[in-house]
Ligand binder design. Structure first.
Ligand SMILES: C[S@@+](CC[C@H](N)C(=O)[O-])C[C@H]1O[C@@H](n2cnc3c(N)ncnc32)[C@H](O)[C@@H]1O
Ligand code: SF4
Ligand code: SF4
Ligand code: SF4
Length: 431
């Protein structure tokens, strides 16, 4: 396969889970999960076998706990036999099922990258959020370290993923230190995707874009120099006799200047959301990330941190890095965002996301789907990055992007990426 071939596969070996984490997409619809429950059969897994020889990475989880698929060890062995020796084979896990036997079997079969979900060291928080205590996670890491040492394989990497939230972000340096003490070599930190209205209050990031914030801060500074209170902008704007008050008038002119600058730079400003920014909170999040970076650098641990506001320059790592996502039943999607059905709530906007399917292993091989017109057309369109960004838009979400059957956005782009935050650097997963 040439350079432009499929390089990464993320395969949902099962959507079954033995936990019910509060924040998880599985548990956010009052009337049921984001997808039906099921596990991938061996026969379905082998339909991807032709692509293994050229893969750089095979991640064996989606929504669900991969260790609940009884064929997981077989999948790993089969893939490892065909994949290049430098390739990554692994999965993310809640860590509850790692007894010594299964851990040895998984590592011996050829898995080399295991990422444990650890959102806190606080027992009460952990039990409440995930239903699993710290002793279970520690035991999983002990068994994983033992299995790695026993195998003698130098390329086995253990890691953790932490999802940042209002109630755990302060713990991050402590969690990182705990992970380092427990033999971990990489740490992934992701922001929270709020799958429920309630959890939208738990995020540790800003929903205004980085460029919007920069412009806003510059003009706040100007207002301060002119002894104007920018926070009164809305009140001033709403007054009928606005022009009879000299201070209000100056405030409105200042706001006009800010809008004109944003316009000239092609940046949208959502003034209401900008006025709601909690600068102090966000700078505490930033400080925690900086301290964790220093700690991980000192110990040679690879740390991946999220942005604390969406980047304006978008980059879709899934499309850029030639990845496909396969559900347990063989349905194929182009990215994490468009893999499952869910609602999410960002900037007080409800976004109803439906899977974007580009093929099924029931009808085609993964190679055929990769090369097929549906995916190649999608890919070409995404890589132009010409879709709008809905969260800065005062019409959000308009009919274009809230219809179940998406056709195009307001720029007439035919891929449903305008409501996606994955390409702005907020979220990370093992990949
Ligand atoms: C969906 S889980 C599947 C694998 C496995 N069951 C686990 O928990 O690690 C994959 C990762 O997504 C994270 N996750 C769950 N809910 C999330 C959310 N609302 N936003 C961001 N990440 C989330 C989990 O903590 C985990 O690290
Ligand atoms: S263990 Fe993973 S898949 Fe299961 S509910 Fe928790 S986050 Fe979701
Ligand atoms: S698609 Fe709709 S919500 Fe999105 S930017 Fe365009 S008008 Fe706004
Ligand atoms: S929706 Fe987001 S993650 Fe999916 S292809 Fe578009 S930009 Fe990439």
């Amino acid at each position: 396969m040439e350079e432009t071939g499929l390089k990464r596969l993320v395969v949902e070996t099962t959507s079954l889970c033995n936990l019910s984490c509060k924040m998880c997409v599985k548990n956010t619809f009052a009337n049921g999960a984001c997808s039906a429950d099921g596990s991938m059969s061996e026969e379905m897994f082998l339909r991807m076998e032709d692509s293994f020889a050229s893969l750089e990475s095979l991640v064996l989880n989606g929504v669900g706990e991969p260790l609940l698929n009884p064929s997981l060890v077989k999948f790993i062995a089969r893939a490892a036999a065909k994949m290049p020796s430098h390739a990554q084979i692994g999965f993310q896990t809640n860590g509850t099922l790692f007894d010594a036997d299964i851990t040895n079997n998984i590592i011996d079969a050829g898995a080399n990258t295991i990422c444990l979900s650890v959102d806190s060291l606080n027992e009460e928080f952990l039990i409440n959020a995930r239903g699993v205590g710290i002793a279970t996670l520690e035991k999983a890491l002990v068994n994983l370290n033992n299995a790695r040492d026993r195998s003698g394989r130098k390329n086995v990497r253990l890691g953790i993923e932490v999802v940042l939230m209002k109630d755990n972000f302060m713990e991050l340096p402590l969690i990182a230190q705990w992970a380092i003490n427990n033999g971990v070599s990489f740490i992934l930190v992701s922001q929270l995707m709020p799958y429920s209205r309630l959890s939208a209050n738990d995020i540790a990031y800003d929903t205004n874009t980085q460029s919007a914030i920069a412009i806003y801060k510059k003009w706040i500074q100007k207002a301060e120099t002119e002894k104007l209170d920018f926070e009164r902008y809305y009140a001033a704007f709403m007054r009928f006799d606005v022009r009879s008050d000299e201070k209000n008038l100056r405030l409105l002119n200042l706001a006009k200047g800010m809008m004109a600058e944003a316009d000239s730079e092609g940046v949208y400003l959502h003034v209401e959301n900008l006025l709601k920014r909690d600068e102090e909170y966000l700078s505490r999040v930033k400080d925690v990330l900086t301290r964790t970076e220093a700690l991980c650098n000192k110990h040679g641990v690879k740390l991946t941190v999220p942005e604390i506001a969406p980047r304006n320059t978008r980059r879709c790592e899934f499309v850029e890095e030639n990845t496909l996502f396969v559900s347990y039943d063989g349905q194929v999607s182009p990215c994490y965002f468009l893999w499952h059905r869910f609602n999410c709530y960002i900037g007080a906007v409800e976004n109803r996301v439906v899977p974007w399917l580009i093929g099924s292993l029931q009808e085609s091989t993964i190679e055929e789907i990769w090369r097929g017109e549906a995916y190649q057309k999608f890919r070409k369109e995404v890589l132009k990055y010409s879709f709008p960004f809905c969260f800065d838009c005062s019409f959000a979400l308009c009919d274009y992007v809230s219809e179940e059957n998406f056709q195009q956005d307001c720029y007439l782009v035919e891929v449903p990426c305008a409501t996606c935050l994955w390409c702005t650097g907020l979220f990370h997963c093992l990949y």
